[in-house]
Design a protein around this ligand. Structure first.
Ligand code: GUN
Ligand code: ZN
Length: 432
């Protein structure tokens, strides 16, 4: 693949340390027969052995980056994106739970999962940590669709059993049943091809103590599983958790059950303090920063600066359907505005890092994806600097690569994704 190449070797931080990334203005990304990265560098230095017999694709004038990583998203909420007027708890009751109830039907779950994955690919996203629903068939449907597309994906049955916050029509009937179903799904899917299983208690208010205890035990028995949930998204939610569980903090409640580990991924983490952050950092847990969702539901402004200061892993999440775009570029655009409202900023370098290698690190997948280090899986996205007249004009005006990249981060979106590749094969191409 020939084009301009950008990838990251580490977190550029707030000062944008230039040793953190590599840009090859006229670069080549060489992919081997297994779909792994063979080499990435300046076109003029492509080793001779990689030229012979190779198939070429020319993306000169475009930007090739590692496939975006969406660290938090709900495949089950495709149909309720842009639902009006509520904050988290009422929004769940009014829009989310009725939509999720339909996923007990295998055909529906299959069709929506397929649509969802195609939207991710059209947005340049090749890996995600995904919530389906409480129904085991929703997990089967999702993983089947992901396997058909050869995608590296994390998912797991949503666990929710607490009255009245989990409604009767969308609830695990017993902890034993929930555990049995979870174990069956782990056996069927975990480690199959590029798929990984994530223990998925929805959040504390829909969980009994018995359920969280069961999840903690499963995780101790299977430390190689992932764990995903929500934490401290909304002030009413935080107050409810305090009422139901007590404890010093919401993070502390999860910690009590052994759910704060190096494989744990917490969506949102807006209303947390330094003690929580240092606990998350020590455990090696990660937070999914979901700005379009946080603004849409009026949840609050995530403190990216403090997370960085306290060395908490952070990835970007779209959180569809509270989030309003599948595009990681649009997500970074809103992330920039959240940091601006907090009197900070987010450089394009750090933004692109968070959406690629940072996301891979948050998901503990950086040994296989996230950049173009030789041997990693060659999932990547080709971005168009001139996708629409506004972006094209701004790109033309830009004097430096930094300036162009920032314009792409703010003005880009799905329209800027010219093509998406999975294991070196093109799986999406923008229609003219
Ligand atoms: N907290 C518990 N469930 C959900 C959900 O589906 N979306 C969001 N944004 N927050 C949640
Ligand atoms: Zn969510």
């Amino acid at each position: 693949m020939r084009g301009t190449i950008l990838h990251f070797l580490k977190d550029p931080g707030e000062t944008s340390d230039p040793r953190a990334w590599e840009v090859f203005e006229d670069g080549v990304l060489a992919v081997d027969a297994e779909g792994k990265v063979a080499w990435a560098g300046p076109a003029g230095r492509l080793p001779y052995r990689l030229r012979e017999g190779a198939r070429h694709e020319d993306h000169r004038g475009k930007l090739i980056v590692p496939g975006f990583v969406d660290t938090h998203v709900h495949a089950s909420q495709v149909d309720i994106i842009a639902s009006y007027g509520e904050q988290l708890l009422q929004w769940l009751e009014k829009y989310v739970f009725p939509a999720e109830a339909k996923f007990g039907d295998r055909a529906h779950a299959r069709a929506v999962s397929g649509f969802f994955l195609d939207r991710l690919l059209a947005a340049g996203t090749t890996t995600a940590s995904v919530f389906p629903t409480v129904h085991p068939v929703s997990v089967d449907a999702f993983f089947e669709q992901a396997a058909e597309r050869n995608l590296r994906m994390l998912c797991g049955k949503v666990l929710m059993d607490r009255e009245p916050y989990a409604p009767a029509y969308l609830r695990d009937s017993s902890t034993d049943q929930a555990e049995r179903e979870t174990r069956e799904l782990i056996d069927r899917w975990h480690g199959r091809g590029r798929l990984g299983y994530s223990l998925t208690p929805r959040f504390a208010p829909t969980s009994t103590e018995r359920l969280l205890t069961m999840v903690g035990r499963l995780h101790r028995d299977h430390p190689d599983l992932w764990l995903q949930t929500h934490v401290s998204e909304n002030k009413d939610e935080v107050a409810l958790v305090k009422k139901l569980f007590g404890g010093r903090s919401y993070v502390d409640v999860y910690d009590r059950y052994g759910l704060v580990t190096s494989k744990s991924l917490f969506a949102h983490g807006i209303h947390i303090d330094d003690t929580d952050r240092s606990r998350l950092a020590d455990a090696g847990s990660a937070i999914a920063f979901c700005p379009t969702s946080n603004l849409f539901l009026g949840s609050g402004l995530f403190d990216l600066h403090s997370a960085r200061r306290q060395k908490v892993n952070v990835g970007m999440g779209t959180d569809i359907g509270a989030g309003t775009s599948y595009s990681m570029l649009q997500t970074l655009n809103e992330a920039y505005k959240v940091t601006a409202l907090r009197g900070r900023g987010l450089s394009a370098y750090r933004g692109f890092y968070l959406a690629t290698l940072g996301g891979a690190r948050a998901l503990d997948l950086d040994h296989v994806i996230g950049n173009f280090a030789p041997g990693k899986e060659a999932d990547f996205t080709v971005l168009d600097w001139a996708a629409d007249p506004t972006l094209a004009r701004r790109t033309d005006m830009a004097k430096t690569f930094d300036e162009r990249l920032f314009a792409l981060m703010i003005l880009g979106g799905e329209q800027a994704v010219a093509a998406t590749y999975v294991l070196g094969n093109r799986v999406y191409e923008r229609q003219p």
